[in-house]
Design a binder for this molecule. Structure first.
Ligand code: NAD
Length: 358
């Protein structure tokens, strides 16, 4: 039995989570999967009501009695200080040591690519972003705050262990999936201290995967090249900061934020799946949010836990919904969040014959 905690969160997180849950429940029925879901009240509403983000007891339950978390999004304009979001999101990532932030960016249909010349071979990038170190740890300090000569220092933390495990995860993924190359994205020319560690570890780990080609690329050149010729790249591995930025660029190249899923993983221990987008207060409550990023998260969850046929069915049906124009306004369609979710549910079993293993 796989136990999944669903945390809808705030804003459109609640709306898209409802559809991801709907599709996951449909997949459980259609493919007869042993998965149990339960809904968690975590987010701004509760924080405003009770002043609570996530209690220690709840965290322990999530860590010890749940195998995975399916999260919508967090963030609410009524809470000016977003420390409650950091408390929950960074708290879960760091306490569960979810060191892999995996962001697949696959173009589901050429019509969704904003490039003038869409590559004939499509776009398929698998981004491995380090998720527990780098510049996002909030280490550093401020000196003479508010004065004209204020000093602000933000430290970037890179450990041999941290770099080794994310680089190995990227190579292992490439080897397992038959992906042709892994590219290390860094800024080793301007940031040679951390750059040297990343490159040394990358070279050593690459030797264990002779069948996978290895490249390095500066992040600024990568930003250019992703727009110029994204089809040249396959698996990318990079730091927390650079991964955050290039994965948003890659998401735009493959249909936009509304379509992009992500997984935060510590293999064998825990996993948290969340769409890349935030709580989008500007469209919350309108019923127009694109639920596909969240639905694809359900697909990633199924794939990660080995429910291959169900995962393929979700991804196939999502692509079909786009081809059939069953989309929300961000993709040019006229369907509501719920209508897209229901369409994907209704069509999930129709794809079964082509996706069931022989
Ligand atoms: N992991 C998370 O929970 C997460 C991630 C990013 C931002 N946030 C939070 O979300 C809040 C809003 O942040 P933001 O506006 O910078 O980013 P956002 O991703 O919420 O929205 C950016 C833009 O994209 C649009 N958009 C996003 N998702 C969409 C979808 N599924 N369908 C259609 N349009 C969509 C929004 O309408 C908005 O115009 C903030 O409180 C921020 O802290 C949370």
């Amino acid at each position: 039995m796989l136990r999944v905690a669903v945390i809808p969160g705030d804003g459109i997180g609640i709306e898209v989570s409802r559809e991801a849950t709907r599709v996951l429940e449909r997949a459980i029925t259609v493919f007869d999967l042993d998965i149990e879901l339960d809904q968690w009240d975590v987010g701004a509403e509760r924080f405003l009501r009770d002043g609570i983000t996530l209690t220690d007891a709840e965290f322990r339950t999530l860590a010890e009695d749940r195998d995975a978390i399916l999260l919508g999004a967090l963030g609410d304009p009524r809470v000016k200080d977003e420390s409650y979001v950091r408390d929950i999101l960074l708290g879960l990532r760091l306490k569960l040591d979810l060191y892999i932030n995996y962001r697949p960016c696959v173009l589901p249909d050429p019509s969704l690519c904003p490039l003038k010349d869409v590559p004939a071979e499509g776009i398929h990038l698998d981004i491995f972003r380090e998720n527990t170190e780098g510049i996002y740890l909030n280490l550093g300090g401020v000196f003479r705050e508010g004065m004209a000569d204020e000093v602000a220092i933000q430290e970037s933390v890179n450990t041999h262990r941290g770099v080794e495990r994310i680089v190995r995860a990227a190579f292992q993924f490439a080897a397992d999936r038959g992906r042709p190359s892994v590219t290390l994205v860094d800024k080793a020319n301007a940031m040679p201290i951390e750059g040297a560690l990343w490159r040394r570890v990358f070279d050593v780990v690459a030797q264990d995967y002779p069948e996978v080609a290895q490249n390095t690329m500066y992040v600024d050149a990568m930003a250019m090249d992703l727009v110029r010729r994204p089809e040249r790249y396959s698996v990318l591995v990079t730091s927390n900061l650079f991964g955050d930025i290039i994965s948003d660029l890659a998401a735009e190249l493959t249909g936009g934020l509304g379509l992009a899923p992500s997984a935060n993983i510590h293999p064998g221990r825990h996993a948290l799946f969340e769409p890349v987008h935030g709580s989008a207060p500007d469209i919350a409550g309108l019923g127009t949010a694109n639920p596909i990023g969240a639905i694809r998260c359900a697909g990633l969850l199924l794939e990660y836990f080995g429910f291959e046929a169900a995962a393929v069915a979700v991804e196939t049906t999502v692509a079909l919904s786009i081809r059939e124009g069953q989309t929300t306004a961000d993709l040019g369609g006229a369907r509501s969040t719920q209508q897209v979710g229901e369409w994907i549910c209704d069509n999930l079993d129709a794809t079964m014959p082509s996706t069931q293993p022989a």
